[in-house]
Design a protein. Structure first.
Length: 301
């Protein structure tokens, strides 16, 4: 008979074994990620030129950022792009359901949806520049069908420039989200859908009354990853499509870090402070989403 003492010893041994198995990975991560992170935090308190000058200035970088208007205006651009996240999630879910039900041509559609994932984001951005250019295919189409008023300088205005970036962002992310949802749907018993079809449930009824409720956990994970990407993964799109212009009207927080560090007089200390603030913001957003997801899960139980 197993005694409580023996059970505790086994538990302690399993815990020790687990820690020993992950220590090598933790050490590698600490050297690759930990040191640059710590160095960036230290440099955020200096007037650092990236090479030699490291004058300690305390919290000046942080006060200049948080008390100035520029940071909040740029953060607003991130939040505007974040508003398109529900569209991205919904289209990815619809695509996953269509692929799961194997509509006519589903193999072709699967390749089309996932195509942006195997392409360089920079290449996609330059393709959108061509598509939305003033004399590009989209405006030529509008003019040919008599909608000249829609043929505008898409990339020459802040509002339309953000719209182009949002469309590109949604199109890029539909592929991996549809695959993620497909993975979640594979865990749902086919008999559930078969019973729904027998009862006369149409496509939209099955989507909203079966698929979405059973994919809550997958949707939560997808939402968290998408929010993180919206704050930290837009650099290549903005660099290739608008370069943050006109002015700073399409510049986001992650892109201004690049501008300050490499294009604005080597303000590496200021850029490091921006990076630290962005890291804190992303951490807060992630924490809020995880708390909300856990609360919703407890209420569901």
């Amino acid at each position: 008979m197993t005694t409580p003492v023996l059970l505790r010893k086994r538990h302690h041994f399993s815990t020790l074994e687990g820690w020993l198995s992950v220590i090598p990975v933790l050490l590698i991560l600490a050297s690759i990620r930990g040191y640059p992170l710590a160095h960036g935090i230290v440099m955020s308190f200096t007037n650092w030129d990236g090479l030699y000058r490291q004058d300690y200035i305390g919290l000046k970088n942080y006060t200049d950022i948080l008390l100035g208007d520029q940071f909040w205006n740029l953060l607003k651009n991130n939040l505007v792009l974040l508003l398109y996240l529900p569209v991205q999630l919904f289209l990815g879910l619809v695509a996953a359901v269509l692929l799961y039900e194997r509509v006519l041509g589903w193999r072709l559609f699967r390749s089309i949806y996932f195509l942006p994932q195997v392409m360089s984001t920079l290449s996609i951005g330059y393709l959108f520049v061509v598509l939305f250019a003033y004399d590009g295919p989209l405006n030529q189409l509008f003019r040919s069908i008599g909608l000249d008023w829609l043929a505008v300088e898409w990339l020459g205005q802040g509002s339309t420039g953000l719209l182009v970036i949002a469309i590109c962002m949604v199109w890029i992310n539909i592929g991996w989200q549809s695959l993620l949802f497909l993975g979640g749907m594979s865990l749902i018993s086919p008999s559930v859908y078969e019973a729904a079809k027998i009862d006369g449930a149409g496509y939209w009824n099955r989507l909203f009354k079966i698929t979405i409720p059973l994919l809550v956990t997958t949707i939560e994970y997808s939402t968290i990853v998408s929010v993180l990407w919206c704050f930290t993964g837009l650099f290549s799109l903005i660099f290739s499509i608008t370069k943050g212009g006109p002015g700073y009207q399409t510049t986001t927080v992650d892109y201004i870090i690049y501008l300050k560090a490499f294009r604005g007089g080597s303000e590496f200390g200021y850029a490091s402070a921006l990076g630290v603030i962005l890291m804190v913001l992303v951490g807060l957003f992630t924490l809020i989403q995880m708390r909300a997801a856990n609360h919703a899960g407890r209420e569901g139980d």
